[in-house]
Design a protein around this ligand. Sequence first.
Ligand code: NAP
Length: 243
Amino acid sequence: MNDMRIALVTGANKGIGYEIAAGLGRQGYRVGVGARDEQRGEDAVAKLRASGVEAFVVPLDVTDDESVTTAAALIEDRFGRLDALVNNAGITGGVPQNPAGVDLGIIRTVVETNVIGVVRVTNAMLPLLRRSPSPRIVNMSSSVGSLARQSGPGSATTTGPIAVAYAPSKTFLNAVTVQYARELDGTGILINAACPGYVATDLNGFRGVRTPEQGAATAIRLATLPDDGPTGGFFEDDGEVPW
Ligand code: NAP
């Protein structure tokens, strides 16, 4: 049973996270479906199993210390290690978010989930990842967090609503990813940030133009990198995203 590689995807009960779980499952991973609502997690697991994926539910609210500790204990008890962690769970906090007059609580809430949640989950899972022969971490970012794409004469290629909580939370997450890559250099743990493109999910009222399956592709590739693959990078389907 423990010869299968083990993956954990946070926020995997729907959207892009669900498709990351499905894709890793198709590649032979046993996939932990992180879900803050256990029933939504069970429903997703049932659907994944019906499609032939070895899935199990991991109740997991990334903003809750106890929930994250319990999730790590669950994986440790059942498998003793983790091969791939995909930090996918994320929120926008509602857009537009104009800087002037923004509710500071929205910034705190978004950073708590999109950044601090990733650090909390990653640190809880690191001891398990260190036991894997080829550990991988993927942080689900967004090109809206790319400063290069948002600023500079003629380089503002990012459209979409102003979002003073959401977009900088992804910039922050990118910077956090780089710091982990520095610390984990030489350990065999590869950690990268992924942008899924503009995907039709609940997050944007299904206004995105890509399918969740298309949005999952880069994260799946980064979760299954060969040992000589990159670390500390930021990728989308077409290659690297400028910081
Ligand atoms: P989604 O359909 O809204 O799914 C988000 C997932 O995160 C849900 O499973 C949600 O759970 C979960 N989640 C939210 N807060 C959580 C928490 N505190 N603890 C645990 N899980 C939590 O959104 P999506 O579009 O698939 O987004 C997935 C990731 O891709 C996010 O990080 C997002 O920022 C990123 N992204 C998306 C797009 C896009 O165009 N859609 C573009 C760039 C980046 P519930 O079901 O319980 O709410």
